[in-house]
Write a protein that binds this ligand. Structure first.
Ligand code: CMP
Length: 146
């Protein structure tokens, strides 16, 4: 299999890109760069500027949200918050296994979403899930304090 076919096969397994045809998936591959990280390596660090977002193609990472850890796996994305908000990174994300990701530079990201509204909607759904999870955690915490 050539590089492009390998990349397309990985993207086809990514729920965020379900529904995109081959031409659109090739566009995704063109704006992105394939990047690799070793287990234990920080991919983004809390407080850093948001220069790119990442979609995991293989391997796994962990997000440290205030001492609680979320595992992210193939098909999950991260690093979108700082890019969308133009604010520093909310959390540190570390590879916990050798990880391969598609890195989409901040400069290309908004144009990419505008060209692929179904990806933007998929991303919104995941963001709402993250917000609800944080809200549930706060509710549990406040419930415990009161
Ligand atoms: P960003 O702030 O750019 O960099 C850290 C990333 O961690 C953040 O974007 C999100 O992609 C991710 N992240 C932050 N909070 C959570 C959470 N509660 N659940 C899952 N991922 C998160």
């Amino acid at each position: 299999m050539d590089e492009v076919t390998v990349g397309i096969t990985a993207l086809e397994r990514t729920p965020l890109f379900a529904g995109l045809d081959r031409e659109q998936l090739e566009d995704v591959l063109q704006v992105g760069h394939r990047v690799s990280f070793d287990a234990g390596q920080a991919i983004v660090e809390r407080g850093d500027a948001g220069d790119a977002m990442y979609i995991i193609l293989s391997g796994a990472a962990e997000v440290d949200v205030g001492g609680r850890f979320h595992r992210l796996e193939r098909g999950d994305f991260f690093g979108e918050m700082a890019v969308l908000a133009g604010k520093p990174r909310e959390a540190t994300v570390k590879a916990v296994e050798p990880l391969e990701a598609l890195q989409i530079p901040a400069d290309d990201f908004q144009a990419f979403l505008a060209a692929n509204p179904q990806v933007a909607v998929g991303m919104l759904k995941s963001l709402v899930e993250r917000l609800r999870e944080v809200q549930d955690r706060l509710d549990t915490w406040i419930g415990g304090v009161w």
